[in-house]
Design a protein around this ligand. Structure first.
Ligand SMILES: *Cc1c(COP(=O)(O)O)cnc(C)c1O
Length: 497
């Protein structure tokens, strides 16, 4: 198995190279040269295994240059009960008739990003060894809130690495900000920018492809890599939980092998749902992939009409991790859907950066419509949905997950589809306690984020994750705030190069 660049199909690297490098030099994303197939027998066997064993199986299909021992080292260090509060790693909650909440937030930072970022440091340092890289890896991260903390937690004090996180000053929740600003570790750096997530992501992408800074890094024995879902090492671990969930549902006799299910994903950068697409292409029986957006509904429009247009108002919502207008991973999907047409991808994404807009041909549009359903909802609908789910099922979900539930309900109304459905639950409600309480009608504007957490625990009767309540007594270590076009200088200064 090799990895190609979405902007140059003749690029041919191993998974270790793709993971260490993060992004291709031409600005494209690394994609597998083929999507490996797994049989129903394989899935049946997985049903009897632990999460770490399931992960090892899926990785063995994608990281073909890793030895069995290397894969075992990575999965065992990441997917254990030291890092995750549930033995299943990802829990499946049976919510209502035929609907399952795939709770991906039992990791150390309480969002689904942990599923990938607890293992990425192991994948990355193993990759660096494999390709005999004798440089220190500097991880640059742009975050809409959750990736930043999850990456900091995963990479803190990992030898041979340094990590730098940029987040939009007004684009993250109070708890998310607290989580990042108090981060401990010798090799970490956190900085707020005046701008939104897209500005942060564009800034990081520009630094990656800047030749001047690349030269400086090289002279100093450093190189950049990415912990965003543009890195294949972020995406591959996300495929696992979809394969694992299907195997588990069969094992639990909730479905029969071969039964199709729907997968609903609250979407921002299109990484999580793309992992679901890879799982489907590998042979997991999936009917529709349902793409749920908040008011930043650029993807809803794209999937419905084939027109991608980022020239629109940017909304700051109560589901901030989805406040994104440039969904990076769409590039991977379109590369596959257009038959690995790198020229076409260069044209579309060139237009996106110059005009902010492109549209796909009818062929691609048709496949998009066959594979995906898309919908969106605003903050008011999100809050109403939180309340409805709580009243009906005594289940408290976070704002992002609520967007997914609402869009799924709309889908069922529109189509009458009765297939069993898995909803990706992407964050603990405690990360967004103020908005969740607001939805439940219990918000008190005079409370700070920790009082709100206590209040939410009273109402929801869910245990407060220690990693959040502990933050209260932690010292703020990072408070820099810079203009978005100062990012490159900030990096140069911080690295002292
Ligand atoms: C990152 C994030 C999302 C969006 O996931 P993408 O892979 O960027 O589409 C949704 N919900 C939460 C809580 C997140 O942290």
């Amino acid at each position: 198995m090799y990895y190609k660049s979405t902007r140059n199909s003749s690029v041919n690297v191993t998974s270790a190279q793709a993971i260490a490098q993060g992004i291709s030099k031409d600005g494209g994303l690394f994609v597998p040269s083929e999507i490996p197939f797994i049989s129903f027998d394989d899935i049946s066997n997985l049903g009897k295994m632990s999460y770490a064993e399931r992960a090892a199986f899926v990785f063995s299909k994608y990281l073909t240059d890793f030895s069995e021992t290397e894969i075992a080292y990575c999965v065992n260090n990441a997917y254990n009960t030291k890092n995750f509060k549930s033995e299943n790693i990802a829990d499946i909650a049976h919510l209502f008739d035929g609907t399952y909440m795939l709770e991906l937030w039992h990791g150390p930072t309480c969002a689904f990003k942990d599923m990938a970022l607890q293992i990425l440091p192991y994948l990355l340092t193993t990759s660096a060894k494999k390709i005999k890289l004798d440089k220190k890896v500097v991880i640059l991260v742009a975050t809409s809130g959750d990736t930043g903390k999850a990456a900091l937690d995963g990479f803190k004090n990992v030898e041979g690495t340094e990590i730098m996180v940029f987040y939009p000053e007004d684009g993250v929740s109070a708890m998310q900000k607290k989580q990042m600003a108090t981060q401990e570790g010798e090799n970490v750096n956190v900085c707020a920018i005046k701008g939104n997530f897209d500005d942060a992501q564009n800034g990081v992408k520009a630094i990656f492809t800047d030749e001047n800074i690349a030269k400086k890094l090289d002279e100093n024995g450093l190189m950049f890599s990415s912990a965003n879902s543009i890195n294949w090492g972020r995406l591959a671990p996300q495929i696992i939980y979809y394969v694992s969930t299907y195997a588990q549902l069969v094992e639990d006799k909730e479905i029969k092998m071969g039964d199709k299910i729907n997968i609903v994903v609250p979407t921002g950068n299109f990484g999580n749902i793309l992992a679901g697409y890879y799982a489907k292409k590998m042979g997991v029986p999936v009917n529709k992939l349902i793409c749920a957006s908040n008011s930043n509904n650029v993807l809803t429009e794209f999937i419905k009409t084939g027109v991608y247009n980022r020239n629109r108002e940017f909304y700051t919502t109560i589901s901030p991790s989805m406040d994104i207008l440039i969904s990076s991973n769409l590039e991977r999907l379109l590369y596959h859907l257009s038959g690995d047409d790198d020229k076409q991808i260069c044209e579309w994404f060139g237009k996106l950066s110059t005009e902010g807009k492109y549209f796909v041909n009818d062929e691609v549009k048709k496949i998009l419509n066959d594979e995906f359903y898309a919908g969106c909802c605003d903050d008011v609908e999100t809050k109403t949905c939180i309340k409805n789910i709580f009243d009906k099922y005594s289940y408290t979900c976070d704002t992002h997950t609520a967007v997914a539930v609402k869009v799924y309900q709309d889908y069922v109304k529109e189509t009458g589809d009765k297939l069993k459905t898995v909803i990706a639950s992407t964050a603990s409600p405690y990360k967004f306690a103020n908005s969740v309480l607001d939805g439940l009608g219990c918000y008190d504007e005079n409370s700070d984020e920790f009082q709100l957490v206590d209040k939410l625990s009273e109402v929801s009767r869910l245990e407060v994750p220690a990693s959040l309540s502990e933050l209260k007594d932690k010292k703020v270590r990072f408070s820099s705030l810079i203009e978005k076009d100062e990012m490159i200088n900030y990096v140069i200064k911080s690295l002292n190069i």
